[in-house]
Design a protein around this ligand. Structure first.
Ligand SMILES: Cc1cc2nc3c(=O)[nH]c(=O)nc-3n(C[C@H](O)[C@H](O)[C@H](O)COP(=O)(O)OP(=O)(O)OC[C@H]3O[C@@H](n4cnc5c(N)ncnc54)[C@H](O)[C@@H]3O)c2cc1C
Ligand code: FES
Length: 279
């Protein structure tokens, strides 16, 4: 039965063709596609990606068509389970469904800014860089990965920062850049110079907790992107709640001021059955 048209881009998956695919690391792959609505997305928004016969999963937009010369948008996928494995198997010319863009993204702010991305957390933040550049910001990007070979999208971030920003890298095992986490490197940088107007961060929740602590320690505003289990993506089912907020419509990006009063932040989330479990 056809879905009602009134559901719009949030409710109806649109079938898009994979135009291009790029292996970023052994475990990470970017899939490029043409889609008008995704091409107009805000940095930090996500889409529900439907792999027919497998699952529908949330993915951040790592490329937004309107910023790209070829007009293609993309998702960058880490292989972790059934759906992401199926996305890694898709060939150029294959089809997938996209619903969205969904949620609220990052707000560009003038001044000296720091972006901290843990793992694939860099994917939604890199789409913010062209907007920050237009505002004449001075950007420091801190990227963290477990090991050098899993540092995805660093070349692309370097290209986007050319002439106006710097990229600093951290690996847990010390195979590239600073030895430690992205949050530890951010703490080292801020210890030397805390004159930033905004901290942006996306990555594992324990990392976000540390970035929020740094934002209060140094009196810097923060915007943090959270992950929760997303089912409907439209604010109906309640599976993605954090306090009174739903990640899929009120987030995934929240201000530090909003998160600081939420007892669930950094502690608990819901599993697919709705049970509260540790993050
Ligand atoms: C707003 C948002 C943006 C995301 N952006 C990206 C991205 O850009 N790239 C990327 O690789 N991953 C991203 N993820 C995570 C991605 O959705 C899951 O890794 C993916 O769904 C895994 O599915 P799977 O079947 O391969 O693995 P599974 O074996 O099903 O799960 C592996 C892990 O992914 C989590 N997960 C599974 N399904 C969902 C779901 N519907 N909602 C939230 N978490 C889920 C599970 O809790 C588990 O921790 C994002 C998640 C959210 C909430
Ligand atoms: S996923 Fe259903 S309310 Fe957010």
């Amino acid at each position: 039965m056809p879905l009602p048209l009134s559901l719009g881009p949030k409710g109806r998956p649109r079938m898009v063709k994979i135009e291009k695919a790029k292996a970023e690391t052994p475990q990470v792959r970017t899939l490029f596609f043409m889609d008008e609505a995704c091409g107009r997305a805000e940095p930090g928004q996500f889409v529900m990606v439907w792999i027919p016969g497998v699952d529908e999963v949330p993915m951040s937009l790592s490329y937004i068509g309107s910023f790209e010369p070829d007009g293609l948008s993309a998702v960058t996928v880490r292989r972790v389970g059934e759906a992401s494995e199926a996305l890694h198997r898709l060939e150029v010319g294959g089809l997938l469904g996209v619903r969205g863009p969904l949620g609220r993204g990052f707000k560009p702010v003038e001044g000296r800014v720091m972006l901290v991305g843990g793992g694939l957390g860099i994917a939604p933040m890199k789409t913010l860089l062209p907007k920050l550049r237009r505002l004449n910001c001075e950007a420091t990007v801190v990227m963290g990965a477990t090991t050098a070979s899993e540092m995805a999208l660093a070349g692309e971030v370097e290209r986007l920062l050319s002439g106006w920003g710097r990229l600093l890298k951290a690996t847990d095992d010390g195979t590239l850049g600073f030895k430690g986490t992205a949050a530890q490197l951010a703490a080292e940088i801020l210890k030397e110079d805390s004159g930033y107007s905004q901290l942006y961060a996306c990555g594992p929740e324990p990392m976000l907790v540390k970035i929020l602590e740094l934002s209060f320690k140094y009196g810097i505003q923060a915007q943090l992107s959270l992950e929760r289990y997303i089912k409907c993506g439209m604010g109906i089912c309640g599976s993605c709640t954090v306090g009174p907020y739903r990640i899929c419509v009120d987030g995934p990006v929240f201000t530090g001021q909003t998160l600081k009063d939420l007892p669930e932040f950094g502690k608990t989330r819901r599993d697919p059955s709705g049970r509260s479990i540790p993050v």
